[in-house]
Write a protein that binds this ligand. Sequence first.
Ligand SMILES: Cc1ncc(COP(=O)(O)O)c(C=O)c1O
Length: 440
Amino acid sequence: MSKETSDFRYNTGASTVPWAAVGENYNAEDTYEFVKFLMGGKGKEYNAALKEVKAALAKLAKVSVAPGKLSMGDKVSEVERMVDKYLGAEEGSSLFVSNCTAALEMGYRYAGIGPGDEVIVPANTFIATVAYPLSVGAKLVFADVERDTVNLDPKDVARKITKKTKIIVPVHIGGYPCDMDAFMKLAKKHDIVVMEDAAHAFGGEYKGRKLGTIGHFGCFSFHEVKNCTSLGEGGIFFSNVKEYRAEARRARFLGVDFRSKIHNWLYNISLTKGKDGVTYQASNNASVTEIQAIGLMQQIKRYSKVLAARKRYATYMTKRLSGIPGIIPQDLGNEDMKLTFHLYQLQIDPEIVKGDVQLLKKKLEEKGVTNIPHFGPIYRFSALLDSGYNEKKIAATCPVTEYVFDKCYTHLPIYGLSKDQLAYMADAIIASIAEMKAGK
Ligand SMILES: Cc1ncc(COP(=O)(O)O)c(C=O)c1O
């Protein structure tokens, strides 16, 4: 009898009675359903083309072999090497995980935060940034944002650092780079971990370095709404802390690293070690699939074109909106600050416009321009209020956040719009501002 490769969780070598990793493989009909889902359509021409695909897949099924692994295999390692290269980092820095929230959890675990420890986050972000510290009962300290960038303000962070501060989490909002030099200086002085929430910022740059690669850690999101995706969900945990890379690799699946030879996978599951070298923690499961890895690799291959198109669209909008008193269009960056244009960030001067951004948002909605808030003052979220955070007290320590989010700031869609849609959006903003100035 011939021998086949066994690969249940880890490769046990060739054997006569193998134990395959994949219990039930996908066949031609299943694959056809995937094609129909990813490339939907209707009409005579579509149906005819689909028929050809079905026949071709049936033919292919007769001569092809199913993959030996669907989860955590070679493709996952391949996309990690690709991301390392893209980010200009050494091999082993990037870890492909289920989402950015899971990546953030890995950095928080390194910092070893628990009840009583303080975590400094921007007053405006998405709840995912703070999900882990909130769940373990650490204290969230909200630092104010800068008026023009709506990013974390290093001056306010400096004011809010205490002996209990363990980690600072700058968020590159909308793909606009935070002032990383200032945070790294503070971190060095106080021995604090810096973790970049680069969920919006894959491919952006600060002073020649890719965002997400400057702090101790960086976390990226490949959720479907982001600039590129790994089939709808995914993230990268990037580590500059060499000694934590192997720990994080094991933390991705409950404490096992499949890359090294495992003799008994049940008993090789171990706790992971954090910054203090003493605290050991049980890990979670943030595994990813081979198909997700392929999805991400394909998108990264054309990513420079995606970023260029986003920049082109934003440049058009900014040109249209420049020179109109009261409108502060999205800053387009420069050699030191390269944006990802995940969102088009727009501000107004409420004094000049004679009205606040809430009125502008209403007017834009009436004109058919979609406004979906992605983030806002996080201390207003019910999850925070129900955890005992006092909105009024925190708001008083974040005056810029209060002012900017109530009166000045909104973000708009930018990518995938046609020329006509972009022109319509610019016209709608200009017309709405004119109406507000006229008191209408
Ligand atoms: C600022 C920020 N951080 C983290 C996340 C979480 O990303 P994911 O959905 O990949 O967990 C998001 C998601 O939109 C986000 O906007």
